[in-house]
Design a protein around this ligand. Structure first.
Ligand SMILES: [Fe+2]
Length: 387
């Protein structure tokens, strides 16, 4: 039994630098961190778009030598971390700059850790296993979704064993999140939509779960407000500066919420469905979010009613239950408006997979904080609803 506000912890060690063209601040940030030689970690897509070269040039022109590592696949394998770490050591790098989506940033963070910690990244799977601060990491997101620029998490693939592994440590938080909305302008509409739904799912799952607390709640509400205002516009008009800024901020602010609270059933499912069926992370969240919301409603009606309000539903005349239900229809309408029609079956999932996927999802640390505790049959029903 608790009285008043329950005790909680909130810790974000990452500094945030935001602004249109903020990439130009990178050399000063690198110097403040004591960086004399940098490894720039980016995925091949970001490299093809010329962004890795721009980051390398920004550093070298300011007198900070930089090497590029772009062998980061989506759902990066532990071997990417090992290859990046070898290159960083060979080049004598004392600073890691990650640029790209979640895969690039998660890899960059893990490389930073492995520059100072012994063994392999597999030795640090779980929460709080890392013992020593890593080399400083600057994270520059080019998508607005994962929030990896300031979370404790690196999610990696162990492709040999067909599982995803997570390394969570406050020592894995980047030292600086450098947020430049200009770098997100060229993101195609489908990616903007899926990554925006990832950010929304972070804000929403953190908001309704049992580990939520006053600071994370405030972050969740602000992130959802920005997404409600700007996700449709960002998808419809990629060059809309207001929308791009809102969405990048929303992604980071949502991460400031879930970093301290974990998430819920959508993200519990995302791990096995991503590892085994290669469903892009944002898309799997978008597919499952409405069904999980509907299942979770009884666990937190007031919060779901508030979500409906944030997404523009008029709920004052409704019962609490009816108001909460409006949050689900509001998110379904948002999905329709941003063109997300995918289902799990599109990626090869069949009824025969439900048992193993649901069983694996139930192992996630996101299940105990979910607002309604599911049975294995509940989990299978959620998959069936979105097949
Ligand atoms: Fe996510």
């Amino acid at each position: 039994m608790t009285t008043g506000i329950p005790s909680f912890s909130y810790h974000i060690p990452t500094a945030i630098e935001f602004g249109w063209g903020a990439l130009s601040r990178l050399p000063a940030i690198a110097r403040d961190l004591g960086g004399s030689r940098a490894l720039v970690v980016g995925d091949p897509g970001v490299a093809r778009a010329g962004i890795v070269d721009r980051v390398v040039a920004t550093l070298t022109e300011a007198g900070i030598p930089a090497a590029a590592f772009t062998e980061v696949e989506s759902d990066p394998d532990v071997s990417s971390v090992e290859a990046g770490t070898r290159l960083a050591k060979a080049q004598g790098c004392d600073l890691v700059v990650g640029v790209g989506g979640g895969s690039a940033l998660d890899t960059a963070k893990a490389v930073g850790l492995m520059l100072t910690n012994p063994g392999t990244i597999r030795d640090y799977v779980g929460i709080g296993k890392v013992k020593a601060a890593g080399a400083p990491v600057v994270a520059i997101p080019t998508t607005a979704g994962t929030g990896s620029e300031l979370t404790i998490w690196s999610v990696l693939s162990d492709k040999a064993n067909k599982v995803k592994i997570s390394v969570g440590s406050v020592l894995n938080c980047p030292r600086v999140a450098l947020l430049d909305p200009a770098l997100t302008v060229s993101l195609p509409p489908a990616f903007t939509a899926a990554t925006g739904m990832d950010a929304l799912t972070h804000a929403l799952e953190s908001y309704v779960n049992t580990a939520t607390q006053p600071i994370s709640e405030a972050m969740s509400e602000q992130a959802m407000t920005l997404i409600a205002r700007s996700l449709r516009v960002g998808v419809s008009q990629g060059g809309n500066a207001q929308a791009r800024g809102d969405l990048l901020l929303a992604s980071t602010i949502a991460a400031m919420a879930f970093n301290s609270t974990r998430l819920g059933l959508v993200h519990a499912f995302a791990m096995p469905l991503g590892a085994r069926f290669h469903i892009p992370h944002g898309l799997v969240n978008a597919i499952l979010l409405p069904a999980v919301m509907r299942f979770n409603l009884p666990g937190n009606l007031p919060k779901y009613a508030r979500i409906a309000e944030i997404f523009g539903e008029r709920v004052a005349h409704l019962s609490l239950r009816e108001a909460a239900e409006r949050s689900v229809t509001a998110i379904e309408q948002l999905k329709t408006d941003i063109g997300i029609t995918a289902k799990l079956g599109d990626f090869g999932l069949t009824e025969a997979d439900f048992d193993s996927v649901a069983t694996e999802a139930m192992q996630s640390g996101n299940v105990p904080v979910n607002p309604r505790q599911p049975t294995l049959e509940d989990m299978k029903s959620l998959l069936r609803a979105e097949l």
